[in-house]
Write a protein that binds this ligand. Structure first.
Ligand SMILES: [Zn+2]
Length: 244
C-alpha cells in the first residue's frame, strides 16, 4: 500500500550498496524509518528529500510496516544549515534530541524543531539562544512545567532554582540556598515567557549579556538534569563552539 507521510529527515545512514535508511520525524507517527533505495546515486528522483534536514511529503510503499520511499515532494531543504559548522552541529544536536524524545500523535516536537531550524537557516537568532530555547521548550513538551513567576513558598520575587526540588525560590525560603542555580530577572523572565508563548513566537523575546549567559546555562542544565535525555552530540557542539 502506498501512503504519504510528512516529515523531516533527522538521521540518515547508508543502507545496501547505494541506498540510505532515513529516520523521519513525522507529523503524527513519531519517528519512522524509511528505506530509500538508490538514494546515494545522483539519478535518484527523490535525491533532495533523502538528505539530512530535508522536510518533505514522502510517498512510501508500506509493506508490513516496512517503509520504502517511492516518491517525494520537497517543502524545505534547510540546505543552508550545512554552510556553518556550528549551525550544523547544533541542528544535529537538536535532531538527536528529537529522535530520543518524539512520540506518535503529537507534533509538538516536530514544530519546535522546524521553528528552530528555520530561525537558524534564516539567521533570525544566534546559535546559543536557539539551542537554549529548543532545550527548554523540549522539556515543556515532555511534560515538565517549572514556574519562575515567584518563590514557591512565600510568593515573593524568586532568584534561584533548586534542581533537587525542581522549584524556584527566594534566598530566604530556599531549602538548600548554596546549591541552587542563580537566575537573574532577565533569565527568569525569558523562562516565564517560554512557559506560555505560542509555538510560532518562541524566539520573539530579547535577552543579552549576563542574563543571556545565565539563561543559556540554565536551559542546558535543566534539560540534562530534569529529563532522561543524554545526547552524545552535545559534547561535539560544545567542542565546535570552543574551537570557532
Ligand atoms: Zn520565598
Amino acid at each position: 500500500m502506498n501512503r504519504v507521510i510528512r516529515g523531516i529527515v533527522i538521521k540518515e545512514q547508508p543502507s545496501g550498496e547505494k541506498g540510505k535508511l532515513l529516520y523521519v520525524l513525522t507529523q503524527n507517527e513519531g519517528v519512522l524509518t524509511v528505506t530509500a533505495t538508490g538514494a546515494r546515486t545522483i539519478s535518484a528522483s527523490y535525491l533532495k528529500s533523502a538528505q539530512l534536514f530535508a522536510y518533505s511529503d514522502l510517498t512510501v510503499y508500506d509493506k508490513n510496516k516496512h517503509l520504502t520511499l517511492t516518491e517525494a515532494k520537497l517543502t524545505e531543504s534547510f540546505y543552508d544549515l550545512r554552510k556553518d559548522v556550528a549551525v550544523f552541529a547544533l541542528a544535529s544536536y537538536m535532531s538527536e534530541l528529537s529522535l530520543q524524545s518524539a512520540v506518535p500523535a503529537d507534533d509538538g516536537i516536530l514544530r519546535l524543531l522546524l521553528n528552530c531550524l528555520y530561525a537558524l537557516s534564516r539567521k533570525l537568532a544566534d546559535t546559543d539562544t536557539v539551542k537554549a530555547v529548543f532545550e527548554y521548550r523540549l522539556c515543556l513538551a515532555l511534560g515538565l512545567a517549572p514556574d519562575f513567576s515567584c518563590c514557591a513558598i512565600c510568593g515573593e520575587a524568586g532568584d534561584r532554582f533548586d534542581f533537587e526540588e525542581s522549584a524556584f525560590f527566594c534566598g530566604e525560603c530556599a531549602p538548600n540556598p548554596e546549591s541552587c542555580f542563580r537566575l537573574d530577572e532577565g533569565a527568569a523572565g525569558a523562562l516565564n515567557y517560554l512557559n506560555s508563548c505560542p509555538a510560532g513566537k518562541i524566539l520573539s523575546f530579547g535577552i543579552k549579556g549576563d542574563s543571556k549567559r545565565c539563561f543559556c546555562d540554565f536551559c542546558e542544565k535543566y534539560l540534562i538534569t530534569a529529563s532522561d535525555l543524554r545526547p552524545a552530540s552535545l559534547d561535539f557542539y560544545k567542542k565546535i563552539i570552543k574551537d570557532t
